[in-house]
Each structure stands twice: as structure tokens, then as C-alpha cells.
Design a protein around this ligand. Structure first.
Ligand code: BMA
Length: 309
């Protein structure tokens, strides 16, 4: 049996549930806000560029998409030239009374990460571009550690294979002291590239990091999900990386769509009963949810692990 239990009514959102014209709905950041579950998701427009929409739910399974998109490319100011080709793959972290949103901004100058903030999921304020080109998959930890903000990211450069790094910041704007923490493993399900998925989840045995890994085949790439556990006080210390994936494309809505054979996560919500709801995009076309037991994910990292580097 799979370690992630797919929700019986997957996919929970399809493009037909979006009240404006889109080709896809997928890759959602997720958070609880005032007893509601919020998803910020990526949609391709009918010109192939992406925007970010918002959906709300009382139970984490049945979502309603709001009438208007939540983030569309900036039309003026400093962000405009870096968002020209679209905005993608948002992650959400609640810290210091604010919801931080990190998303990919695409332009002719490459892909950069924008940090935005909201307190009400109605208005957003763009704060800064917090990477140069080329970075993706920035997830911010939900607590400061040793007085600093901490993030995981994935540089997107000529140096391969693309790996997961950690960086620190006193103010969320200036980041440094970067270290590589997890690298793809040769001849393994994640051998081509990996990247952080959901913002890390605090457990009593470490920070749980749900990430994606990619394997290249003659039929294109396969995106799967894996897990790693990082030390609570020093998250640059990897306590374990599970050798086995936790989710792979199997259902028709994951194997067929805008990009086939993709499960990709940007958000997961831990619950008080020790489970976690993991949200993923299926085939870059639909949004799915599944539940896992946090202890089982942690055990997989600790007792069935492979080398991080
Ligand atoms: C990555 C990103 C994701 C996407 C994935 C699979 O590079 O573009 O948004 O889900 O590819 O197509």
C-alpha cells in the first residue's frame, strides 16, 4: 500500500472549476487561514504563460476557486520586467503574523523568485526579488532558527545535477551562508534533478522536507515526490533522505495531461492528529490531495535512507 493515501474524489480541482479561461490548474501552495484551507495555484493561460489563482475550503478537500486570479504579472514598477513571461508555483509560509508567498517569476532574463506578503489573502504586497537568475523552488521555514530566517532552494544553473541548498537571512531580503544539503543520486528515481516542494514541516524528530525528484526516460521525464529529514536546530544537517519515493504518477490524471507523468507539490498542511494533507499537481493539469502519517514519513527518512550527497 502506498504511504500516501490518495483522496477518493481526486482530482479535487480541474480547469472547469476555474471561473476564468485557463488551460490548467495545478502546483498549489497550501495553508490554513482563519479555519479555512487556502490554495494558491498555478494556471496556464491560453497563451501558455502562467498566473496564480486562489481557492478556499472548509475541509481541505472541497475547494471553491475565487472569481479573480490572485497574482498576475506586475504591470508596473521594479517587478514588471521580471514577470513578463508569467508567475508560477507559489509556496506559502506563516511566520511573524504574516503569510509569506514565494513564487517563480519568468522573463527573458531567466527565472527569479519573488517574495510577497499577505495578511488577509485579499491584498498582496510584493516585497523583493530574493534571488538572481536562475533559481526555483524557494521554501521558507515557518520559524526563525538561531535568530535567522531559513530557506531551501534549487539553483537552476549550468552546474548539474540540480540540487537542494539552504540559505539564511536576517531580514528575508538578503540571503547567504549557502550550503548544498541534498543532491540527486545516480541511477536512482531522482537522478536528473531535485527541488524543495512544500515548506518544511516541524516534527518532534526534525524538519520534514517533501521534495520532487526527476528521472529521465526515453518517453520524457517522470516527476515523483520524496522526503528528507533535517535537524531541528541545524537544518543544514540532513538526518536522512528516504531511498524510496513517496508518490509517483499512477492514476490517469497524473500520467496524462498537459505534461504527462508528473506529480509536483508546493504545499502540505500538517494536522493535529499526526497526519498531513499533501497537495500536488497531476500531469500539470489538475490538483490532487492525499493524506499521509507524519511518523511514517519520518521513519522512512531515518530507517530506509540513502546518502544525501
Ligand atoms: C517544472 C516546473 C513545474 C512543473 C514541472 C513539470 O520545471 O515547471 O511547475 O510542474 O516542471 O512540468
Amino acid at each position: 500500500m502506498s504511504i500516501i493515501k490518495r483522496y477518493k474524489n481526486n482530482p479535487i480541482l480541474r480547469k472547469d472549476n476555474v471561473p476564468y479561461p485557463v488551460a490548467t490548474i495545478h502546483n498549489a501552495g497550501a495553508v490554513k487561514f482563519n479555519n479555512e484551507y487556502i490554495l494558491l495555484f498555478r494556471s496556464h493561460l491560453l497563451n501558455g504563460r502562467s498566473i496564480i489563482g486562489i481557492a478556499k475550503s472548509n475541509d481541505g478537500f472541497n475547494f471553491k476557486v475565487s472569481a479573480e486570479p490572485f497574482i498576475t504579472p506586475a504591470e508596473e514598477g521594479d517587478f514588471k520586467i521580471y514577470e513578463e513571461y508569467g508567475v508560477e508555483d507559489p509556496r506559502i509560509t506563516f511566520i511573524d503574523g504574516e503569510y509569506l508567498i514565494t513564487y517563480s517569476a519568468y522573463s527573458r532574463f531567466g527565472v527569479r523568485i519573488v517574495l510577497a506578503k499577505t495578511i488577509d489573502f485579499k491584498n498582496i504586497e510584493r516585497v523583493a526579488l530574493i534571488t538572481e537568475a536562475d533559481y526555483r523552488n524557494v521554501v521558507i521555514f515557518p520559524e526563525k532558527i538561531n535568530g535567522l530566517y531559513v530557506r531551501l532552494d534549487r539553483p537552476h544553473t549550468g552546474i548539474i545535477p540540480w540540487s537542494i541548498w539552504i540559505s539564511y537571512s536576517p531580514d528575508l531580503i538578503h540571503w547567504g551562508n549557502s550550503k548544498i544539503i541534498i543532491m540527486p543520486t545516480k541511477y536512482h528515481w531522482d537522478e536528473m534533478k531535485i527541488g524543495p516542494g512544500a515548506p518544511p514541516i516541524k516534527t518532534d524528530r526534525g524538519w520534514l522536507n517533501i521534495y520532487h525528484g526527476v528521472f529521465s526516460t526515453m518517453d520524457g521525464s517522470i516527476y515523483r515526490l520524496g522526503v528528507a529529514l533535517l535537524d531541528i536546530k541545524d537544518p543544514s544537517k540532513v538526518l536522512g533522505v528516504a531511498d524510496e519515493w513517496i508518490l509517483q504518477p499512477e492514476e490517469l490524471y497524473e500520467t496524462t495531461g498537459y505534461v504527462h507523468n508528473v506529480v509536483f507539490t508546493c504545499g502540505a498542511i500538517p494536522e493535529v492528529d499526526g497526519t498531513v494533507k499533501i497537495y500536488w499537481g497531476g500531469a500539470d493539469s489538475v490538483i490532487c490531495v492525499g493524506e499521509a502519517n507524519i511518523k511514517e514519513l519520518v521513519d522512512l527518512c531515518l530507517y530506509k535512507s540513502r546518502n544525501p550527497l
